[in-house]
Write a protein that binds this ligand. Structure first.
Ligand code: LRY
Length: 234
C-alpha cells in the first residue's frame, strides 16, 4: 500500500520552489510566498531546497513537502542531498520526503548509494525519493527501497540524453519498468507538456522554473521577440 502522502500526489502538480544565491528571488521568505501561491493554485505538494527554505515553507502551508539540500563536494558531480549530513538537515527541517541523487555518478567520499540508503533506513522513518537520469538508475533505486522516483536528473548527467525538452521517453519507460510511482520532473514548460507526462505514465508532475523562476520566464519571451525581430528585419 502506498503511503497516504504519496497517494495524495496522484495526478497532481508539485511546485518546485527554488532560487539559488545570485537569483533575484533568493531567500526563504520569497520561497514561502511561492509555496503559498502554489497552494492557492491547487498544487498538491512543494519541492524545496535547503533546511532554511523548508522550515519557512512549513510555516505557511500544510502541503506535503519534498525536501532536498544542494551541496557541491570537490571531486563529485552529485549535488542533490549528497551525504547523510544533508539528509539529516532536510529531515530536521521537517520535510515529509527526502529527495536525493540516485544516479550512478561517483558520490562524495566514495560512499555507495546502497550503504547511504541502508543507514538512513536504520536511523529514520522518512520517505525517500530517487532523482534519476536513466531507466537503469530508476530500476536500481526501486531495488534499493526508494519510495518513489523522479526524472529530475535526465539531461544533467553526462550519460543521459541532453535536450531542451522534458524526457517523455524516460517517463514512459520507467513507468513500465518499476512498480513504485514515477514523477515527471525537468524542463516541463507548458500545461500540454504536463499532460503529455501524465499520459506517458507519470504518477504526478513536478514543475519548477516555468512557475518559480521569473527571470527565465521573461527570457523565453524576450528570446522569442528577438528572434522575430531578426527575421522581420532581414
Ligand atoms: C537538475 C536540478 O538540479 N534540478 C533541481 C532539482 O531540485 C531544480 O533546480 C529544478 O528546478 C527542479 O528539478 C524542477 O525542474 P524544472 O525547473 O526544469 O521544472
Amino acid at each position: 500500500m502506498l503511503h497516504p502522502i504519496i497517494q495524495s500526489f496522484k495526478g497532481g502538480l508539485i511546485v518546485s520552489c527554488q532560487a539559488l544565491e545570485g537569483e533575484p528571488f533568493f531567500g526563504s521568505d520569497y520561497m514561502a510566498r511561492f509555496a503559498l501561491s502554489a497552494e492557492m493554485g491547487k498544487a498538491v505538494g512543494i519541492r524545496a531546497n535547503t533546511p532554511q527554505d523548508i522550515a519557512a515553507i512549513k510555516v505557511v502551508t500544510k502541503l506535503p513537502l519534498i525536501g532536498l539540500w544542494k551541496k557541491d563536494y570537490v571531486g563529485s558531480d552529485v549535488y542533490i542531498t549528497p551525504t547523510l549530513k544533508e539528509v539529516e538537515g532536510v529531515i530536521a527541517a521537517g520535510a515529509d520526503i527526502v529527495a536525493m541523487d540516485a544516479t550512478r555518478c561517483d558520490r562524495p567520499g566514495g560512499i555507495k548509494l546502497s550503504d547511504l540508503v541502508k543507514e538512513i533506513r536504520e536511523k529514520y522513518q522518512v520517505l525517500l525519493m530517487a532523482d534519476v537520469s536513466t531507466v537503469e538508475e530508476g530500476v536500481e533505486a526501486e531495488k534499493l527501497g526508494f519510495d518513489l522516483i523522479s526524472t529530475t536528473l535526465s539531461g544533467y548527467t553526462a550519460h543521459s540524453p541532453q535536450s531542451e525538452e522534458p524526457d517523455i521517453q524516460l517517463i514512459a519507460d520507467l513507468s513500465q519498468r518499476v512498480k513504485i510511482p514515477v514523477l515527471a520532473e525537468g524542463r516541463i514548460h507548458s500545461p500540454e507538456q504536463a499532460l503529455q507526462s501524465l499520459r506517458a505514465g507519470a504518477y504526478a508532475v513536478v514543475i519548477g522554473g516555468a512557475i518559480t523562476r521569473p527571470h527565465s520566464i521573461t527570457k523565453k519571451y524576450t528570446d522569442a521577440i528577438l528572434q522575430y525581430e531578426s527575421v522581420t528585419k532581414s
